[in-house]
Design a protein around this ligand. Structure first.
Ligand code: AR6
Length: 191
């Protein structure tokens, strides 16, 4: 585990399973139908129980799912977290279809929704880097730029004390730690 402080928020990187994480919100890498699937989505639904899918179905009835880049919130069923934010990453199609913009929007909209509900802690998986095949290095860059940019906006309703990136592979963990090391070194050099 590595922790960095950005503004008033600590940003940490862990290697592990997001379904066991304790805090206010875990983020799910869902699909636009909110229908469940494999990967982290499958793990969250199977560990959290059917209540989560019932709430996803309510959202489907109300708004017909969740377009890529957007985020919706449900309870967390049997999971130790309090809520789940379901966001939908882009499917990687080579980079020419605004995948970068859509992925950045996933992180930004998830954080804005977390702030709106007054969350103090949130955990993200590495959205789109599994079944949706977004290359891991560029996805890490997009994720951390989106999150650090939003933290630097110093929004008045930001009560987030902890943001954690739960990496499922050592490769992703290494990418996130390296990015944050470089970011904090560059910040210190500018003080
Ligand atoms: N905890 C943390 N990270 C995990 C876990 C876990 N339990 N399981 C997998 N990962 P993916 P996507 C990592 O494929 O690429 C689903 O079918 C995994 O190593 O879960 O956004 C949805 O329904 C990878 O780094 O999501 C969609 O149809 C990251 O989570 C589609 O997959 C994301 O991989 C979404 O694809």
């Amino acid at each position: 585990m590595k922790t960095y402080t950005i503004g008033r928020t600590s940003v940490s990187v862990f290697l592990g399973d997001i379904t066991t994480w304790t805090g206010d919100i875990i983020v799910n890498a869902a699909n636009s139908g909110l229908l469940g699937g494999k990967g982290v989505d499958g793990a969250i639904h199977s560990a959290g129980g059917p209540e989560i899918m019932e709430q996803c179905m309510e959202i489907r009835k109300e708004q017909g799912g969740c377009p890529p880049g957007n985020a919706v919130i449900t309870g967390a069923g049997q999971l130790p977290a309090k809520h789940i934010i379901h966001t939908v990453g882009p499917i990687w199609e080579g980079g020419g279809r605004r995948e970068e913009h859509t992925l950045a929007e996933c992180y930004r909209n998830s954080l804005l929704l977390a702030m709106k509900v007054g969350a103090r802690s949130i955990a993200f998986p590495n959205i789109s880097t599994g079944i949706y095949e977004y290359p891991k290095g560029p996805a890490c860059d997009v994720a951390l730029k989106a999150v650090t940019n939003l933290l630097e906006e110093d929004l008045p309703d930001n009560r987030l004390e902890r943001i954690e990136f739960i990496c499922f592979t050592p490769e992703n963990e290494e990418l996130y730690v390296q990015w944050l090391e470089q970011f904090t070194q560059e910040k210190e050099a500018h003080i």
